[in-house]
Design a protein around this ligand. Structure first.
Ligand SMILES: *Cc1c(COP(=O)(O)O)cnc(C)c1O
Length: 356
């Protein structure tokens, strides 16, 4: 290990900020002036560098391209009412990144590299916070193998990079989803719990087929019987039946969402009944038909809550409750926003103020 952690900064000569149309930000397209890059070789992480955002140069024999050792995180930085810069649960994202790294045979990163790295980069590019209410800086830390030999092996070298992407308040249009009964996203013993590129790769084609049929995304089911709900698209899934908040229990085929966990915790704080258990598709369809299901939605960092208004199951479209009656979802979105803004007390230590 290096004795002292230090981030070296090479500043961009000129900012690109004036070229950006902040009134029309679409997710993932615009990046701030700088990025953080850190290399792992000889068994440890060397000191990170912050450099102008730029293309990378890698060998065509790069093993991540061939065999997929590639992982990522996604979290957000916000400005609170005091104009301080805050992160939402960065340590939870760090833990998940490292859990993912272990499963993919990759080195873990230190808290310093992850949290200090994000903080330093944001301090440098702080002018890039969009000004509109609900907007944020989306943070994309990721890591991939950089060995340049195409024999199958665990890479000995890696790159860890952090990018910042200014994003507007994310509005999820009400979703029409199709229950997938042929393809699977993840299976027992696999990598479904890991935030790795491979899970996305395997979901693209089945999702495309659903989109061609007029749906926005899929509801993934278990790999054995296609009977139990797992996730929806790239979000965790929740519903409210008889005033109980219900979500599939975690397993190695379900991604442990930070938003999922935050919503469950707040719902319990509010005295609501919460169940984490196996949830069958049949149960959800039946509850939607007999009126006991009042809300169904996906959860994730990007949208926070994405309402589902239609579910296709075995070729039949079932209407889900309309948006008007979704009192829980509305209150949850507002509460999470108030927490980030600093309007209400942060009882769980979720808000991390970036030291200035
Ligand atoms: C990232 C992700 C989620 C949501 O996680 P959050 O921490 O809430 O953003 C859910 N499912 C999958 C497959 C994911 O990759």
């Amino acid at each position: 290990m290096t004795e002292t952690f230090q981030i070296e900064i090479k500043k961009a000569e000129q900012s690109r900020i004036n070229e950006v149309d902040f009134a029309n930000l679409s997710f993932g397209k615009v990046f701030t002036d700088h990025m953080l890059v850190c290399d792992f070789f000889d068994g440890y992480w060397h000191n990170p560098l912050i450099v102008p955002f730029q293309n990378l140069s890698i060998s065509p024999a790069n093993v991540a391209l061939h065999y997929g050792q590639s992982i990522f995180e996604g979290l957000k930085a916000y400005k609170n009412i005091e104009d301080e810069m805050v992160l939402f649960r960065p340590h939870g994202h760090l833990e998940r990144f490292n859990r993912t790294a272990v499963r993919m045979g990759m080195p873990q990163v230190t808290e310093e590299l992850f949290i200090e790295g994000i903080s330093e980069l944001i301090r440098l590019d702080k002018n890039w916070f969009p000004k509109t209410s609900g907007s944020s800086l989306y943070i994309r830390p990721f890591m991939f193998a950089t060995d340049d030999t195409i024999g199958v092996h665990i890479s000995l070298q890696y790159k860890f990079i952090i990018l910042l992407n200014p994003v507007d308040k994310y509005y999820s249009e009400p979703l029409k989803v199709m229950v997938e009964r042929k393809y699977v996203r993840a299976s027992e013993g696999g990598i479904g719990f890991a935030k790795t590129s491979a899970n996305y790769a395997s979901s693209l084609y089945p999702t495309k087929l659903a989109v061609q049929k007029g749906y926005h995304q899929l509801i993934w089911t278990d790999h054995k019987e296609h009977k139990y709900i797992e996730e929806s698209g790239t979000m965790n899934l929740m519903c409210i039946i008889n005033n109980t908040l219900i979500t599939p229990s975690l397993s190695d085929s379900i991604l442990q969402g930070i938003t999922r966990e935050s919503i469950l915790t707040l719902a319990k704080d509010w005295g609501m009944a919460v169940e984490e258990r196996k949830v069958t598709v049949d149960e959800v369809i039946e509850a939607s038909q007999n009126g006991t299901l009042t809300e169904i939605f996906g959860t994730g960092t990007a949208a926070v809550v994405a309402p589902i208004i239609l579910v296709n199951y075995k070729g039949i479209d079932y209407e889900m409750p309309g948006l008007e009656g979704r009192i829980f979802s509305k209150k949850m979105v507002e509460t999470l926003q108030d927490l980030r803004k600093g309007n209400i007390k942060d009882n769980h230590g979720w808000i991390y103020k970036i030291p200035v």
